[in-house]
Design a protein around this ligand. Structure first.
Ligand code: ADP
Ligand code: MG
Length: 238
């Protein structure tokens, strides 16, 4: 479990500042949700934490280490995206184990790890299938499995459920919450969906126009919104 600390993090694209000085601490083991309207900078912020996007200024610490200039592979993070981009020609087993094979993990160890993860995610019966023979929810579980198998200190999720239908989304919300309880890893979860934020988060970070509007528990935001924006956003029906 690792703490994530952002200090005065900023990002410009050309002349446009899209992240305007973010200071934030995500506690070890916390399920932290970044929520805000489309274009407010959620993905950019997450990509900077992952190292996929370089910050313009500011610092990032993960587990007490300054990783501001570290490669993504050196940050102890795993990221799950909205379009989970599985390898279509590889089986579920190979998709989950892909990162391990890159890291030259011994075959026996790889088999054991992949099968443990598959069990956690109820994918045991599907290990030899190709992605096209899976449902949307199963595919998303494979993408999550690929992240878990690397045993990261911090999980980063970018709208992982937004391509699923409503029924599956609510089921996956429950599954992800259970997964967090089991793994007790630090998780940062990006969504534009207030319901996801309110039901899943230990802590919600409301973003608006590249700035943090408010940080708090779902109850704190609901009962004491700090700005009209937060009140409108959290309180509005979908
Ligand atoms: P969100 O994930 O909250 O929808 P993004 O982080 O994707 O928002 O985008 C924040 C802002 O940064 C938007 O105005 C977007 O157009 C801009 N932006 C994102 N990526 C780039 C890029 N590679 N080049 C230029 N502008 C970008
Ligand atoms: Mg986004």
């Amino acid at each position: 479990m690792s703490r994530v600390e952002l200090k005065d993090l900023r990002k410009n694209f050309g002349g446009l500042e899209v992240i305007k000085g973010v200071d934030l601490t995500v506690e070890p083991g916390e399920f932290c949700v970044f929520v805000g309207p489309s274009g407010c900078g959620k993905s950019t912020l997450l990509r900077m934490i992952s190292g996929l996007e370089e910050q313009s200024s500011g610092t990032i610490e993960i587990g007490g280490r300054d990783v501001t200039r570290s490669e993504p592979s050196e940050r102890g993070i795993a990221m799950v995206f909205q379009n989970y981009a599985l390898y279509p020609h590889l089986s579920v087993r190979e998709n989950i184990g892909f990162g391990l094979s890159l890291a030259r993990t011994p075959k026996d160890e790889m088999r054991r790890k992949v099968e443990t993860v598959a069990e956690t995610l109820q994918l045991t019966d599907y290990l030899e299938r190709k992605p096209k023979a899976l449902s949307g929810g199963q595919r998303q579980r494979v993408a999550i499995g690929r992240a878990i198998v690397r045993d990261p200190e911090v999980f980063l999720f970018d709208e992982p459920l937004s391509n699923l239908d409503a029924a599956l989304r609510s089921q996956m919300r429950i599954e992800l919450t259970e997964l967090h309880e089991r793994l007790r890893a630090t998780m940062i979860y990006v969504t534009h969906d207030q319901v996801e934020a309110m039901t899943m988060a230990d802590k919600i970070v409301v973003l608006n126009g590249g700035r943090i509007e408010q940080v708090g528990t779902p109850m704190e935001l609901y009962e004491r919104p700090a700005t009209p924006f937060v009140a409108g956003f959290i309180g509005s029906p979908r």
